[in-house]
Design a protein around this ligand. Structure first.
Ligand SMILES: [Cu+2]
Length: 227
């Protein structure tokens, strides 16, 4: 084989190896999914059976739930008294889902003010710290809980900067740390997998705030498995 031929073979081999490595990286990134967490049975109403979901949002998820990315912003879900980092929830079809969400993060503001309106929840309303409201100030938004296919849009107001006992990293404790409590109920329809996500550019230090935890499954977006 000529020198050129050998060089060419070497380059082709290197390109193939690199391609395989990139493929493996992308497939592992795309398939490492958090565990599916079932909602817990709530009190059924006359309208439909009810499932409860208890969530929190943290400015930094902390080393316990994300050893590789402890400083990423994240949602956590409560299961059997413990906070876990998962954004995949299982709830029954044609039922009501009652969400209690403890918001520990400060505000980043919404880029699209339209999303500061509560939509698609029962009564088109949410409860913030015990008060029923149907919108927030767009600048006040810390995160959103949005299920586009179900038309559910819930903006989450942030914790004021001057609040005492701010949570540094998750899991945060609603009994002792500054937070907002947001409650709302939405109706599921037919069976299927529904994407949900945050729309606030909350990923500090990333491009336009939409990188890292905003585009990695298990932090600021996930699925609702309606079964
Ligand atoms: Cu967010």
């Amino acid at each position: 084989m000529s020198v050129t031929g050998r060089k060419l073979t070497g380059v082709i081999a290197a390109v193939v190896v690199l391609g395989v490595l990139i493929g493996l990286y992308v497939s592992s990134w795309a398939t490492v999914l958090p565990a599916t967490i079932p909602g817990t049975a709530g009190t059924a109403t006359a309208a439909a059976p009810t499932t409860n979901l208890t969530l929190q949002t943290d400015a930094a998820v902390g080393p316990q739930e994300s050893p590789a990315r402890p400083d990423w912003v994240s949602y956590l879900v409560k299961q059997k008294g413990r906070w876990l980092r998962s954004t995949i929830y299982r709830v029954p079809a044609n039922s009501l889902v009652h969400v209690t969400l403890y918001q520990f993060d400060g505000d980043s503001g919404l880029r699209n003010a339209f999303l500061s309106q509560v939509q698609g929840t029962v009564g088109a309303t949410m409860n913030v710290d015990g008060k029923a409201i149907n919108h927030i100030d767009p600048e006040e938004a810390s995160h959103t809980f949005v299920v586009p296919q179900l038309g559910v849009f819930v903006p989450l107001p942030g914790v004021p900067e001057e609040a005492k006992n701010q949570c540094e990293f998750g899991p945060c404790d609603p009994a002792t740390m500054a937070h907002r409590t947001i409650e709302f109920t939405f109706r599921t329809g037919k069976k299927g997998r529904y994407r949900w996500q945050c729309f606030v550019p909350c990923a500090a230090g990333t491009y336009f705030g939409f990188g890292g935890p905003m585009q990695t499954m298990g932090y600021m977006d996930g699925f609702i498995d309606v079964v």
